[in-house]
Design a protein around this ligand. Structure first.
Ligand SMILES: [Cu+2]
Length: 203
C-alpha cells in the first residue's frame, strides 16, 4: 500500500521505485527498515544518483529562474536612466570612467579631478561593474549634501547614486550650485578595493 502510494507520487522514478521509497516523507524510517532487509546494498548508490539528478534538475531550474529574475530589473533600470541623461547639461561635462576586472581591481579614471562650478561630472560604466558614485557625508563641503542629493538621480540612499549595471551606462551629476571645496566619494560595491575619487570644485 505504501509502495503503491509512493509510485503514484513519484512516476518519474518508476525505474527506481524501491530506492525512491525512503524519500517519501513520514514513512521514511519504517521504509528504511523494510528496504534495508530486502534491498541489496547497491540501492544506496542508486538513491544517491536519483537524489543527485533531482538536485541537478533543481539547480538548473533555479539557474534559469534567476536569469529571468535578473533580466526583469535589468530591463527596468535602463528605462529609468535616460531621465538622468536626456536633458543635456547646461555647463561643461567632464567624464570619469568606472573600470575594473570584476574581481580584484576597480577604479575611477581619473580618480582625482578639479572642476569649475557648474560642471557636470559624467560617470561612465566602462568595465567591471556594477559601479556607482557615493559621497562621504563628512568629506564634502558644508551645504553640499542637499545639492548633491538633488542632483543625483535614482539615488539608492543619502548621497549614494544608482548602481550602474549596463555597459557604457552614464550617470550625470551636475555640480551647479554646489559649493567650492573638496568632495570625496567612493564606489559602494568596490570601496574595499579602493575605488575612491576626489573631486575639487574650484573657480
Ligand atoms: Cu565600482
Amino acid at each position: 500500500m505504501l509502495r503503491e502510494e509512493a509510485r503514484e507520487l513519484s512516476p518519474r522514478r518508476a525505474g527506481n521505485q524501491r530506492g525512491a521509497l525512503p524519500f517519501r516523507g513520514r514513512g521514511g524510517y519504517l521504509v528504511n527498515e523494510f528496504t534495508s532487509t530486502h534491498i541489496p546494498s547497491e540501492v544506496e548508490p542508486m538513491r544517491l544518483t536519483a537524489l543527485a539528478v533531482l538536485v541537478a534538475l533543481g539547480a538548473t531550474a533555479c539557474g534559469g529562474g534567476d536569469k529571468n529574475a535578473n533580466a526583469a530589473p535589468a530591463a527596468a533600470t535602463p528605462a529609468a536612466t535616460p531621465a538622468a541623461t536626456t536633458s543635456a547639461p547646461a555647463g561643461p561635462v567632464v567624464e570619469v570612467k568606472m573600470t575594473g576586472n570584476g574581481t580584484s581591481v576597480a577604479a575611477y579614471d581619473p580618480k582625482t579631478l578639479t572642476i569649475a562650478p557648474g560642471t557636470t561630472v559624467r560617470f561612465v560604466n566602462v568595465s567591471g561593474g556594477p559601479h556607482n558614485i557615493s559621497f562621504y557625508g563628512d568629506s564634502i563641503p558644508a551645504g553640499a549634501a542637499a545639492v548633491l542629493n538633488a542632483a543625483m538621480a535614482n539615488r539608492i540612499d543619502n548621497l549614494e547614486g544608482a548602481l550602474l549595471t549596463t555597459p557604457n551606462e552614464n550617470y550625470d551629476i551636475s555640480f551647479a550650485g554646489a559649493p567650492e571645496g573638496v568632495y570625496k566619494g567612493f564606489c559602494l560595491p568596490h570601496q574595499a578595493l579602493g575605488m575612491k575619487i576626489t573631486i575639487t570644485v574650484k573657480k
